[in-house]
Design a protein around this ligand. Structure first.
Ligand code: ADP
Ligand code: MG
Length: 244
């Protein structure tokens, strides 16, 4: 793949924080390309810059220095409005704590991002139902989050991320609140989505989770310490999913 085709291109990305007269370099010169349909884990110890990286990749924050091209567009110079639109259209976020609306049904939660896109209600419901089916929750559309297990809640969050057909699924410690069997289910779902063509980026401190990804980028002190292909990755398939 030529560089021009990279979905993500980071050039000399730095993020500095000022703390009582001191400058902290959370990210310190990151050069990185991510191709379409890549499946990348960002790993590193606490303080290595993972969250800062996630925020910049997800257009939640802008770098102090450097360039970030997403789908060929320069993100670093975008206004707040442009950033918000880019987030909604390009990024499907998945968080450790699911971040579902507690009073809304699973289907309503999944439809939420489409409201901001001005898609009419019937079409929203249709797309959300399709996303629920992709995560194996077609029989749980009308359940409230507290009527679902932790794994099911994370599936709803994944369906919500998928339903706007984002360029990137960006997951921050997606299994951090789940037991190991449920975590394996969720990783099986990411494995399947990746096989179906989705670009997936997972931020994690757990080697077992990173083992699912085809590429592992290790951050240390705000720099890329290593960037390796995972030749023997752990891979699960849909048929191995536990009943939801
Ligand atoms: P990780 O997610 O890998 O634990 P972070 O990206 O949260 O790492 O942090 C990287 C470094 O930047 C740490 O030294 C942290 O203390 C610092 N940092 C992160 N956010 C801020 C902030 N808002 N203000 C000051 N320093 C910060
Ligand atoms: Mg963090």
């Amino acid at each position: 793949m030529s560089q021009a085709e990279s979905l993500i291109r980071l050039e000399g990305i730095a993020k500095h924080y000022q703390m009582g007269g001191e400058t902290i370099a959370a990210l310190n010169g990151i050069d990185l390309h991510v191709a379409r349909n890549d499946y990348v884990a960002f790993i590193g110890s606490s303080g290595s810059g993972k969250s800062t990286m996630m925020n910049i990749l997800g257009c939640l924050d802008t770098p102090t220095m450097g360039k970030y091209f997403l789908n060929g567009r320069d993100v670093a110079g975008m206004s707040e409005t442009d950033l918000a639109r880019t987030r909604n259209e390009e990024i499907g976020f998945i968080f450790q704590s699911f971040n579902l609306l507690t009073r809304a049904t699973a289907l309503q939660n999944v439809m939420q991002p489409l409201i901001y896109r001005g898609i009419r209600p019937a079409e929203r419901a249709k797309r959300a139902a399709e996303a629920m089916a992709r995560v194996g929750l077609e029989k749980r559309m009308d359940h409230l989050p507290n009527q679902l297990s932790g794994g099911q809640r994370q599936r709803v969050a994944i369906a919500r991320a998928l339903c706007s057909e984002p360029s990137i699924l960006l997951a921050d410690e997606p299994t951090g609140n789940l037991d190991s069997a449920t975590a394996a289910d969720i990783m099986a779902l990411f494995d399947t989505l990746h096989e179906e063509g989705q670009t997936v980026i997972v931020v994690t401190h757990e080697p077992d989770i990173a083992a699912h990804c085809q590429r592992v980028v290790r951050l240390a002190d705000g720099k890329v310490q290593s960037d390796t292909v995972n030749h023997q990755r752990t891979r699960f398939h849909k048929r191995e999913l536990a009943n939801v």
